[in-house]
Design a protein around this ligand. Structure first.
Ligand code: PA5
Length: 503
């Protein structure tokens, strides 16, 4: 049997874009044409007056406008409950203007040099020190990136992630992929003490030192606080090359800092274009006319939905790449909003896949759901649908009407948006014109601004995550970490009073 052929297909445009980036050819993101063609928009038509309970009236939105505008002003002026341990946590707002050309060039040159030296690059981190890099990488590159040839990857090494879970099988499987390869890593932890990242780093460091001897120190990058923490101490001791997590930028707001930029540069993603996207949305977000400001409209709509009893936000995309961005949102919103009994659960979904799973629940289950679509308008590639001899599946009409898979995939947003609205699920659509770094930058800034405003509307600090500490204390007590003896004792006596039910 001969091999499978891709008859009649053009070259994969995702690979072509990656090759161009690898050659240092940039999108001309500074032209008016590019900006016009790449402007993220927000369609809220289906948010208002959905049938049934929990409907949102336009009057509710209008009544929120003064509060939303005030929140935005307080955010800009650094007022209100937006500090973490005495530090004003609004540094993310300034990153798009504060990042210098020299700084970006330095990251690019380190990444370029390391790229050519290694076959595989592993990014170690969890939460905000992981999700944004993973999301952006997957959103902009080929689905099977590591299985492509190096040339198809535009010269990038293979890219892996560790430290985001404690699953030994996942860890071991990843190590298998690294066997015999030249490996570089970037260990990312703002605090420098996060257990999952620290354990992954211990193992990787030991294996790298055994494999590469003293040269391992040249292959290890560290991204952490500029002065304090265990990682900073070790990096200074060993002379690792380091990058900084700014004090005033929280983990989940840090994708535009060195946290995200180093890993993205390793995958040849254009970080200057990424910055430009953030910058563009920062400007749009300074608009005082509420109805011209998508971040503020987004915040008001979500808040009104929450007030109307919506407790789950399905964030659904018709793009496999953008599904990972929905996962980034799954952290940004719940970790910032889930305080004091507030907040919506964010459920990332890839459509159509999920329409054949929890789509039933969205249409007809408990009416506590709202939905946000991340609609990719122009995919990298077009896939046409062939005619058949007998039209047994009844789909020849698509061919007659010259509709390809791309056209059907647009309906994967428009169909559910209409049907779910009719079923009492308010929904909005964030339209993303194309998969590129500029658009992702815009989207991230818009979401960061929206969730910050949401903190004011909910009346609590969105830049801290005290709830995350509880699981850490329990885990440390269980593994017997020195200093957690009291917690361990308390846990033990409490567990003794509980009747174990195991079936
Ligand atoms: O948003 C946050 O602050 C968290 O999700 C952190 O990013 C996460 O806990 C990892 O922390 P660190 O970078 O200190 O290891």
């Amino acid at each position: 049997m001969s091999g499978f052929e891709l008859g009649g297909l053009n070259k994969n445009s995702t690979i072509a874009a990656q090759r161009r980036r690898g050659e240092g050819k940039q999108n001309r993101f500074d032209t008016p044409e590019f900006r016009e063609a790449n402007r993220i928009t927000l369609d809220v038509t289906y948010m208002l007056e959905a049938p049934g309970a929990g409907s949102i009236a336009m009057e509710k939105i209008e009544s929120l406008i003064p509060e939303v505008l005030k929140a935005r002003e307080m955010l800009r002026r650094g007022e209100g409950d937006i500090y973490d341990r005495g530090v004003l946590m609004t540094g993310w707002q300034n990153l798009p203007v504060d990042l210098t050309k020299e700084h970006l060039e330095n990251i690019q040159s380190v990444a370029q040099a390391l790229s050519t030296e290694v076959d595989a690059f592993v990014s170690l981190g969890i939460g905000g020190s992981y999700l944004g890099i993973d999301a952006t990488f997957r959103a902009l590159t080929h689905t099977y990136f590591n299985q492509l040839t190096r040339a198809e990857r535009g010269g990038s090494p293979e890219i892996y992630f560790l430290g985001q879970n404690m699953d030994p099988d996942y860890f071991r499987d990843t190590l298998d992929m690294l066997r015999g390869k030249r490996v570089g890593i970037n260990v990312i932890s703002k605090s420098g003490t996060t257990t999952e990242t620290a354990i992954a780093f211990r193992i990787m460091r030991k294996m790298m030192e055994e494999s590469f001897g003293a040269h391992a120190d040249q292959l290890i990058l560290v991204t952490t606080d500029k002065e304090k923490g265990a990682l900073r101490t070790l990096a200074d001791e060993k002379g690792y090359r380091t990058f900084e997590v700014p004090d005033d930028v929280g983990g989940r707001f840090s994708v535009l800092s060195d946290v995200g930029l180093v890993g993205l540069a390793m995958a040849h993603i254009d970080i200057t274009e990424f910055v430009a996207g953030f910058h563009a949305m920062r400007e749009i977000s300074s608009e005082n006319d509420f109805w011209k400001n998508p971040a503020l409209v987004h915040a008001a709509m979500r808040h009104a939905a929450w007030c109307a009893g919506k407790k789950i936000e399905v964030v659904a995309s018709n793009s496999t790449g953008l599904y990972w961005v929905a996962r980034w949102m799954e952290q940004l919103f719940p970790e910032s909003e889930g305080h004091e009994g507030h907040g919506m659960w964010v459920s990332p979904s890839l459509y159509s896949e999920k329409l054949h799973a929890n789509g039933q629940m969205v249409q007809q289950g408990e009416r506590n759901i709202m939905e946000t679509f991340l609609a990719l308008r122009e995919h990298d590639n077009r896939v046409s649908i062939p005619r058949t001899d007998n039209n047994l599946d009844g789909l020849d009409f698509l061919v007659k009407r010259e509709m390809d898979m791309n056209h059907v995939n647009q309906m994967v947003v428009e169909g559910p948006a209409y049907a779910h609205y009719q079923g009492g699920v308010p929904n909005m659509t964030i339209e993303i014109p194309q998969r590129n770094a500029f658009n992702l930058g815009q989207l991230y800034y818009m979401m960061e601004e929206s969730v910050s405003v949401s903190g004011y509307l909910l009346g609590h600090n969105p830049f801290v995550q005290p709830g995350v500490e509880a699981y850490k204390r329990a885990m440390f007590a269980l593994v017997g970490k020195p200093g957690f003896e009291q917690e361990a004792q308390q846990m033990e006596s409490q567990l003794k009073t509980m009747k174990r039910i195991r079936v």
